[in-house]
Write a protein that binds this ligand. Structure first.
Ligand code: 8YV
Length: 322
């Protein structure tokens, strides 16, 4: 049987499935496995079921038998693709299964920032509601406004569907390539990044983290946005220059932001974003419903079993497909 290491707790039924096909060792403790221990564990393993750990030269050097790594995420920015290619490692991820769940969260963040739901929740709970609220606590509308989606991939498309048909919004998008389906089904209009930033009332960043998208949104891009714009990031923290985001929010260059992903995760307690009323934060939970996380773990497990048995795993990352 192939030997597999699992770097976090996974649902019991997923673990049973894996144990039926492989010899499984799992990290039993709460929290992330320390890097040195992970390297130690991988010395004799053929496969790894993982949650965002860096797959790099150092790791592959100490794991000579490793054939496949399967991440329980759609994002695989922790894979060093060149190094994996050199070592002939199969890299696997979990697209599709989380699209609806992440899109739901994005729309929730948009609405929460626009209608100030988190701020007003704190207001009510603090016992401050003693008269009808005045316009200093009013929000802004979402319906019939323009949303610009940066990254019109699978998740971007579902967001477009939600906002087009749920909120009658006008959809713009910027992407490496045209997405005809989004154009035909959701009336999404392809435009330059600059046009998107200047015309959108809501700017949603939904692109994978790559060399090209690192700090895609910074000082210059925030300056182009409307001062009434709402900015949402549920992709990766590093796609945004966080210092520029903080400055834009503090200087009133944008209306507010909904932030799921941060430069440093978990976020540092003294991050200025946590002090701003016009920011709604959540702790990187785009896909975090029980059902979706269970399904993601199962997809990742099936991917791994298939790869280790020499089969045809459905979700090899595109850069490593032959
Ligand atoms: C992951 C995510 O579950 O899929 C992704 O890329 O960001 C989340 O859904 C999270 O990164 C934990 O692995």
């Amino acid at each position: 049987m192939k030997k597999v290491f699992v770097s976090e707790r996974i649902p019991r039924f997923v673990e049973e499935y894996l144990r039926n096909h492989c010899d499984v060792e799992r990290w039993e403790e709460k929290g992330e496995i320390p890097r040195d221990l992970l390297l130690e564990k991988l010395k004799d393993k053929d496969g790894l079921l993982m949650f965002g750990e860096s797959i790099d030269e150092e790791l592959l050097q100490v794991a000579p038998k490793l054939q496949a790594v399967s991440t329980v995420s759609v994002g695989y920015d922790s894979f060093d693709i060149e190094v994996m290619r050199k070592h002939g490692i199969i890299g696997l991820h979990t697209p599709y299964v989380l699209d609806d769940t992440v899109a739901d969260l994005v729309v929730g963040l948009m609405l929460s920032v626009a209608r100030r739901i988190a701020e007003l929740d704190a207001y009510v709970k603090a016992g401050k509601w003693n008269k009808a609220v005045g316009k200093d606590l009013f929000g802004i509308d979402m319906h019939h406004k323009t949303v610009g989606i940066i990254g019109m991939g699978r998740i971007g498309e579902v967001i477009a569907k939600r906002v087009k048909y749920g909120f009658d919004m006008n959809v713009l998008y910027y992407n490496r390539s045209r997405n005809k389906e989004a154009e035909e089904k959701y009336g999404a209009a392809y435009c330059s990044l600059e046009e998107l930033l200047t015309q959108s009332d809501y700017v949603v960043l939904m692109t994978p983290l790559t060399d090209e998208t690192y700090h895609l949104i910074g000082t210059e891009q925030f300056r182009l946005m409307k001062d009434s714009a709402v900015f949402i990031n549920a992709s990766r923290g590093q796609t945004v220059d966080e210092a520029a985001l903080i400055a834009a929010l503090q200087n009133g260059e944008i209306y507010g932001a909904g932030i799921d992903t941060f430069t440093q995760e978990p976020v540092e307690k003294d991050n200025p974003l946590l002090q701003l009323k016009n920011v709604v934060t959540v702790p990187h939970i785009g896909s975090a419903t029980l059902q979706t996380r269970q399904e993601m773990a199962m997809v990742a497990a099936k991917n791994l079993v298939e790869a280790l048995s020499g089969g045809n795993p459905p979700y090899i990352v595109k850069e490593l497909r032959s």
